[in-house]
Write a protein that binds this ligand. Structure first.
Ligand code: GAL
Length: 654
């Protein structure tokens, strides 16, 4: 882990008169910021006309920032191809699901499959990287900006159709293999050549789910190769600098684990209040956490992207005040910007960058707060960034963590599969994964969010909310861990091409956990499966697998067994409501010898590098109980009497 986390900011010199730059840079440095992230939307200023580059302003901007001893992270400007380029090559545009080209006038209007755009993107990245690759002020690069933002991973353009056919041909070799894999004999969907295969949009009723899943996988692969195109060029010109990309919150349309393989360090953009407003949270949570964001939103992504980055990650954009893009945009509770910053650090972030330095008085984001108001005065977040920058040096992390290793297995491919075949209106895989995460986090544990490809050896408890595609090797990996492993319903229920396995669900898991799902049903939101577990009443929802097995159920309902186990492996036949899940994970933790601390609803705990961090997400003050902050704890920040948005940090007793 990084032991000296630092702060930074996103800055757009092209938005401001040049005579403000030096003052801005000095102000940033005096605030204690170390990093400044620039350039990611500046193509129209870098290359105002085809082939005519204007580097002078960017040279001076980088020089000015470097002079103030700020480290510059330079973004490639490929999220915003300029108007002249689009007019010359309309084949660059992405098309929406309705088969309409998306227009110029905002951003991310390109299709990942456009050959023209790949050529043009390579050209501009080459030009920028060649010019600044060895510049001493440039310490890191960002590729593009937020791949997929504004629903842009899946494009339904002719260019995408062409590339999809090539992808299918590479995958299946012969079209008969595709027909077999997708079951195209159904409804006379058989193809005679790859040329005949179209994109799975605008069909009369649902398209073939195997076709949809392959299209989603292809679309993810296009992001991976587009990003790699950029990282290969940057590495050539700037070999010793980190390359990052800024991922988004609650966004799953491409495989972030895979894209991260080509990055040195991962970033993500944290807007907890915006995410709460747009997310499917219950009304009471939206009200209680309106100015804080739901307490697990930021942490969930910290724990996911830390794994993606193999331990190296930044918050590349931190919400500093009200944003502009949610239907409603409340300002954070006083103290929240500091809390979010410290919470990122508590999850191991190397850096937290605020978005943005000064609020722009023009264009789409003029209502989005920054550290500065549009008139240059300090906005409320400025003082919180200042306080955070004086507090970070007090946090002496040691490079050793004794926290129990608890993992939550998450698969992007599983998400696409369930999108292609939802089968229950209440089945939203990312929401289920988030709910399992939040339930587990209420017990005070550190959690790693893991890809199915991860090494599981160090874990004591592994939760697998669902993993529809399994193979023997993966089953073996789970069975051989020392971890207690809990699988949710629909695990092992599909082959890799989205058909039912010959041996039925849970497919190859049956060799280690001998039960067979003979049929499954799904339920509307109002229906609950009522059962008992460990003498208490419990409930499941949305799904029920009926199984054949010799195993005795650990939880049972009138409709059948709800939980089975053999050795270290457990299988739930329904989606457990939070108290049921809490009870099951409590049992697994106990079996694994892991201590749990049930946290009061608004408090969240994280241990990192020998320090314990406690966060009060509630709008009221709270006194932390002694089973959380021990009586004789050596406090470093804050106090056990925590105000709203309060943070307490103490040295963990080793
Ligand atoms: C992010 C994006 C930024 C800015 C910000 C506003 O999604 O990367 O460029 O638009 O949102 O909150």
């Amino acid at each position: 882990m990084n032991q000296n986390p630092f702060l930074g900011v996103c800055y757009y010199p092209e938005h401001w008169p040049e005579d403000q730059w030096a003052g801005d840079a000095a102000d940033m440095a005096s605030l204690g910021l170390k990093q400044v992230r620039i350039g990611e939307f500046a193509w129209s200023r870098i290359e105002p006309e085809p082939g005519k580059f204007d580097w002078a302003w960017l040279d001076r901007a980088i020089h000015t920032l470097g002079d103030a001893e700020l480290h510059v992270m330079l973004g490639t400007p490929t999220a915003t191809p300029p108007k002249w380029l689009i007019d010359a090559h309309p084949d660059i545009l992405a098309w929406d699901r309705e088969g309409r080209p998306r227009k110029f006038g905002s951003r991310r209007h390109y299709c990942f499959s456009s050959e023209t755009y790949r050529r043009e993107a390579a050209r501009i990245v080459e030009a920028v990287a060649a010019r600044y690759g060895n510049h001493e002020a440039i310490t890191a690069w960002q590729t593009d900006n937020e791949y997929g933002c504004h629903d842009t991973v899946r494009s339904y353009s002719p260019e995408a159709a062409r590339a999809f056919r090539t992808w299918l041909e590479q995958k299946y070799g012969a079209v008969d293999n595709l027909n077999q894999a997708w079951g195209t004999v159904f409804w006379s969907q058989e193809y005679c050549s790859f040329e005949q295969v179209d994109l799975p949009n605008l069909t009369v009723t649902e398209p073939n789910p195997s076709h949809v899943l392959d299209f989603y996988r292809f679309s993810s692969d296009q992001v991976i190769s587009f990003n790699r195109l950029q990282t290969d060029i940057i590495r050539k010109h700037s070999p010793d600098r980190d390359i990052v990309h800024n991922f988004m919150g609650f966004f799953f349309d491409f495989d972030h684990f895979a894209v991260s393989q080509d990055l040195d360090c991962v970033g993500w953009d944290s807007y907890p209040i915006g995410f709460l407003d747009v997310g499917p949270f219950p009304a009471e949570d939206k009200a209680r956490y309106m100015r804080q964001g739901f307490p697990d939103i930021a942490a969930f992504h910290h724990d996911l992207y830390r794994t993606c980055g193999r331990g190296r990650w930044h918050v590349l954009e931190q919400q500093p005040g009200a944003v502009n893009w949610a239907p409603n945009n409340p300002a954070p509770l006083s103290g929240m910007v500091r809390l979010w910053s410290l919470e990122a650090v508590a999850h191991g972030a190397e850096a937290v960058n605020y978005f943005r330095w000064r609020q722009a008085p023009f264009a789409q984001e003029q209502m989005h707060a920054g550290l500065k108001r549009p008139d240059g005065a300090n906005a409320p977040a400025y003082a919180e960034a200042q306080q955070t920058s004086t507090e970070l040096p007090k946090l002496e992390f040691i490079d050793k963590d004794k926290a129990a290793k608890v993992g939550l297995v998450f698969s992007y491919d599983a998400h696409w599969l369930f999108e292609a075949q939802q089968q229950a209106s209440g089945w939203h895989y990312p929401a289920i994964v988030f709910e399992w995460y939040a339930t587990l986090r209420r017990t005070g544990l550190n959690i790693d969010i893991l890809s199915p490809d991860a090494a599981f050896d160090d874990y004591t408890v592994l939760l697998v909310p669902s993993l529809p595609v399994l193979d023997d090797a993966l089953v073996d990996k789970f069975a051989k861990t020392k971890a207690q492993v809990l699988f949710g319903p629909r695990t092992g229920s599909k082959t890799p091409t989205l058909t039912i396995p010959e041996e039925l669900a849970p497919g190859p898991l049956q060799s280690a956990l001998p039960l067979k799902v003979t049929r499954s049903e799904s339920f509307p939101d109002f229906y609950r499966v009522n059962g008992t577990f460990a003498g208490a009443e419990v409930q499941g929802r949305a799904w029920l697998d009926h199984v054949e097995t010799e195993l005795e159920p650990l939880a049972i309902s009138d409709e059948g067994g709800l939980l089975y186990n053999k050795d270290n492996l457990y299988y739930l036949t329904t989606l457990p409501e939070a108290p049921f899940l809490g009870a099951v994970t409590g049992m697994l933790a106990q079996n694994a010898g892991v201590d749990l601390t049930l946290l009061p609803p608004d408090l969240r705990l994280r241990e990192c590098g020998g320090l314990s961090f406690l966060f009060n997400y509630g709008p009221e003050p709270v006194t932390a109980p002694e089973d959380i902050i021990p009586k004789d704890a050596a406090l470093i920040l804050g106090d056990r009497d925590m105000p709203p948005a309060g943070v307490c940090v103490w040295k963990k007793q080793q």
